[in-house]
Write a protein that binds this ligand. Structure first.
Ligand code: HEC
Length: 155
């Protein structure tokens, strides 16, 4: 009986440890390739780009221009952001962290970055923490997909 209990305790400890381990694997975009969950993909397919634009205007437009013929502000010009290598717009001075992150912006990496910007790119100089609510982020991404010469397909 007692050893059965010990066994159960050991299993619980092991499971807890491996959960903690997998959480740690979610690292920086320089070393971790995030993938959207199926639930989030579904949310993104149903999200309103108009609602996303409103949220962009409120949360991002003080620093970022989203128009095709736009330019840099406090943050880099975001037209064609999806498909572009991070930190690569000519004429904008990025942090070393962003320039060296070495990944290309996709719906998956943008979603991960916008969840918690300092986890994705520690040392980033974008003074914005992130958007924790999935449905808000899905709307924003539905809009950011459209500010592109060739909008990428929905997942
Ligand atoms: C206070 C100003 C500010 C706000 C607000 C802000 N950003 Fe930024 N953003 C920046 C700066 C500065 C950088 C460059 C970061 C670096 O080099 O580390 C950046 C970088 C980025 C990048 C990477 C660009 C590239 O060329 O690789 C994306 C994508 C981005 N921001 C999206 C957003 C979105 C979406 C929002 C709104 C939810 C937002 N930002 C809000 C200032 C801001």
């Amino acid at each position: 009986m007692k050893s059965g209990l010990n066994y159960a305790v050991a299993v619980v400890l092991l499971v807890t440890a491996s959960l903690a381990w997998s959480a740690e694997e979610e690292g920086t975009l320089a070393e971790y390739q995030p993938v959207m969950s199926e639930e989030f993909k579904e949310m993104l397919r149903n999200a309103s780009p108009d609602a996303g634009k409103e949220s962009f205007m409120r949360k991002c437009s003080s620093c970022h221009d989203h128009k095709q013929k736009g330019g840099h502000g406090k943050g880099p010009h975001l037209w064609n952001i999806i498909g572009r290598k991070a930190g690569s717009m000519p004429g904008f001075t990025y942090s070393d962290a962003m320039r060296n992150s070495g990944h290309t912006w996709t719906l998956d990496t943008l979603n991960y970055y916008l969840t918690k910007t300092d986890r994705a790119v520690p040392g980033r100089i974008m003074n914005f923490r992130g958007i924790r609510k999935d449905s808000d982020r899905a709307e924003l991404l539905a809009f950011m997909r459209m500010i592109n010469d060739n909008p990428p397909p929905l997942p």
